[in-house]
Design a protein around this ligand. Sequence first.
Ligand SMILES: O=C(O)CCC(=O)C(=O)O
Ligand SMILES: [Fe+2]
Length: 350
Amino acid sequence: MPTAKYFDQVPAFPPDVPLASLPKVSFPALQKNSDAESKRLFDACREWGFFLLDLKDSNEGEIMLHDAGNMFDLTAETFALDQATLDSYAYKPPHDLTGYKQKGKLKTDDGKTDCMELYSIKQDDMLGNCPPRMNASPIESKRSDIRRFIQDANSVANVVLAHLDKRLGLQAGTLSALSPLDQISETSVRLLLRQSQASPQYNCISLGGHTDIGTLTILFNAVGGLQILPAGHENTMANWRYVKPEAGCAIVNIGDTIVEWTGGLLRSSLHRVITAPGDQALVPRTSVAYLVRPRSDASMRRLHGGLIPPVRPDQEDELRPVNEWAAWRTTQIIRGELKPHTRGGGKALD
Ligand SMILES: O=C(O)CCC(=O)C(=O)O
Ligand SMILES: [Fe+2]
């Protein structure tokens, strides 16, 4: 998450909860093109589909952490608005996910409903790639901070994508060219709030199990509650593992789109948010996510080259445009016709 300042404001993460042993990848080492760090990144994307990205000791990384702090402050300001005002910016699923989602709109794995408030901000709106939308007032007044967060998060994402290009044996720049800042996409900044609980219900699912639909996600949080279901494990309460947020680190995860593009080589892991552990449940839980989606004219078709296995004669190539595929998948999940599960992590070509 952001800087240590935000960790100092919340109770400590308890020592006695089951943790996902996520690899921690050094951003400055990736910037210096360390081959060992690049390999660790790739292995993490295949095994877990998740890793901690340590942004400290890098100028660009420290700026990113500062930007994320601004987004934390924006999250607090936005959700402090009264309910009627927030409701006037309500999102319109499945095609327009920009705006406010109140709690209780989504089904969780246990048949109940979620308790997470979300506000999605459209990248194209902030960058001027589309006619401006009217957002809640704290967002309107912080357009330049949001723009800076987007630009810096996009640069961080591109460092990660460049290493994935290299490890996959794709031509340099292949993945970043599929989500450039100057082209229309569904990329968004998502502000999330789980309110505090006076008498915590530790088994309460705040946001149901899902995989992220896009390319990759850069997530910042200071309070725990994010959990991953490790690959090969049945979806039972006992099998989920907490991710422990660390000061100076972002949490990065691979989305379904890269799984499709790589023929299942990289993993998109099932994750969810549950009540924060220990005393952390007593304070509001804020998170900020930069959700990278491909440019709207891209397709879900498998990429060619390098380690990516070609489509076999018994397989059907996925040819749908990215947004059509995303709307189809979102609708299927909302209707309960598809149960999200971990995807990818398959074998590479030798
Ligand atoms: O709040 C979190 O830690 C995770 C949120 C998440 O998974 C999402 O927004 O897709
Ligand atoms: Fe997610």
